[in-house]
Design a protein around this ligand. Structure first.
Ligand code: AOF
Ligand code: ZN
Length: 367
């Protein structure tokens, strides 16, 4: 007879608990920047005895909440964390010390923290304290969870995603004058994933606003409004009345930076030229990890930005929404000149979601 040797299931279990950490971490989506989203579970005798996640920068880390939840049960337990525990005094004290003090026996870490002030020092500290540490469980999942945080840590720039809509016959849709068609709540869900959304001021006609925060407590990203010289819009204040996210106006028209247009803006940034360098640099300094370049309205305002984004390889991702409509070609199509800049850019990790309302493609540009 065939005897199948079943070893310990620990490895599978490790994956299960780290996936639970990631699930918990996502409760902080939209709120943690410049910090990462992190989740932690404390497991004893095969049972979860404590759970926690990092809710917001400045507040305690995931491990602290999970240890509090576990209380005395943390002693001799295994702590699972989707990101390496920190070993430094930032806005909060080091999590490694909290884990040592709680006398956990083992720590399982999803991925090391790319933050140079942590980077493996957390793991080293735990090992030096005699705690068994396993690193790299469900690593890809953990990396995807914090792709924006990781990207900003490694490059000093936020992760940049280009969003646009196409008709079924492949033409760009401006959706001007339309209240943003939020089919199946897709757009507001998308916004919640981002720290900032860049919009053209040409969008702000009489009735258009940004349909974020429909769910109570939902994240409202900062709105970066590009106001270009000779732009016809002077209706920005109306829109800002409806929005609760921070509003930042970038303008190359110093005369337009008047009190009427800017009274509701948190900040008005006057620049010689509105380009990605200034926008991304601003976002980075504000601790914003992800930026959605939302290509709607007057496409001519996006032409230079898209060119720059390709040339400097700043565009990391795209989200394309195909809507159930046929239409003609817009006068300006910022995506058209791409052919002459590069002979096609490879797309990887392409994903699609289809419904009868739309087909959404997402992918990464591989330069
Ligand atoms: C963890 N668990 O839940 C998070 C970590 O200013 P602080 O004290 O909040 O520290 C921020 C840094 O700590 C952040 O850049 C990242 O390296 C790490 N985040 N670490 O052990 C957590 N959010
Ligand atoms: Zn920490």
């Amino acid at each position: 007879s065939l005897i199948v040797q079943c070893g310990s299931n620990e490895e599978n279990d490790d994956g299960f608990y780290i996936r639970r950490c990631v699930e918990l971490a996502r409760k902080g989506v939209g709120y943690t920047s410049p910090n990462p989203m992190v989740g932690c579970v404390i497991v004893k005798d095969g049972k979860i005895v404590g759970e926690g996640f990092h809710p917001k920068a400045g507040q305690p880390h995931a491990e602290v909440f999970a240890l509090r939840d576990a209380g005395d049960m943390a002693e001799n337990a295994t702590a699972y964390v989707s990101l390496e525990p920190c070993n430094h005094f930032g806005r909060t004290p080091p999590c490694t010390e909290a884990l040592v003090k709680a006398k956990v026996k083992k720590v399982v870490v999803g991925m090391v923290d790319p933050n140079p002030i942590v980077a493996s020092k957390g793991v080293d500290r735990l090992r030096n304290a005699g705690i068994e540490v396993v690193v790299g469980v469900e690593e890809d999942l953990c990396k995807r969870l914090n792709e924006a945080y990781i990207h900003r840590m490694l490059t000093g720039r936020p992760l940049l995603t280009l969003r646009y809509s196409l008709s079924v016959n492949g033409n760009l849709l401006d959706l001007l004058g339309d209240r943003v068609t939020d089919r199946n709540g897709y757009y507001s869900r998308l916004l919640q994933e981002y720290d900032a959304v860049v919009l053209s001021s040409s969008l702000f006609g009489e009735k258009l606003s940004i349909p974020a925060s429909q769910e109570p407590g939902a994240n409202q990203p900062s709105m970066i409004i590009m106001h270009k010289k000779h732009s016809s819009s002077n209706q920005i204040p109306l829109v800002i009345n409806e929005a609760t996210g921070k509003v930042i106006i970038f303008t190359d028209d110093i005369t337009a930076a008047n009190s009427e247009m800017t009274q509701r803006a948190i900040e008005t940034v006057a620049v010689d030229t509105i380009n990605l360098d200034v926008i991304l640099d601003y976002c980075n300094r504000q601790g914003l990890c992800s930026v959605l370049l939302d290509m709607r309205g007057n496409f001519s305002e996006f032409e230079d930005l898209v060119k720059e984004g390709i040339k400097k390889r700043y565009i990391n991702k795209f989200v394309t929404e195909i809507l159930p409509v046929w239409n003609g070609r817009a006068e300006t199509d910022p995506l058209m000149p791409l052919k002459s800049i590069e002979q096609g850019i490879k797309v990887v990790n392409l994903q699609s979601k289809a419904s009868d309302q739309s087909i959404v493609f997402e992918g990464y540009l591989k330069f």
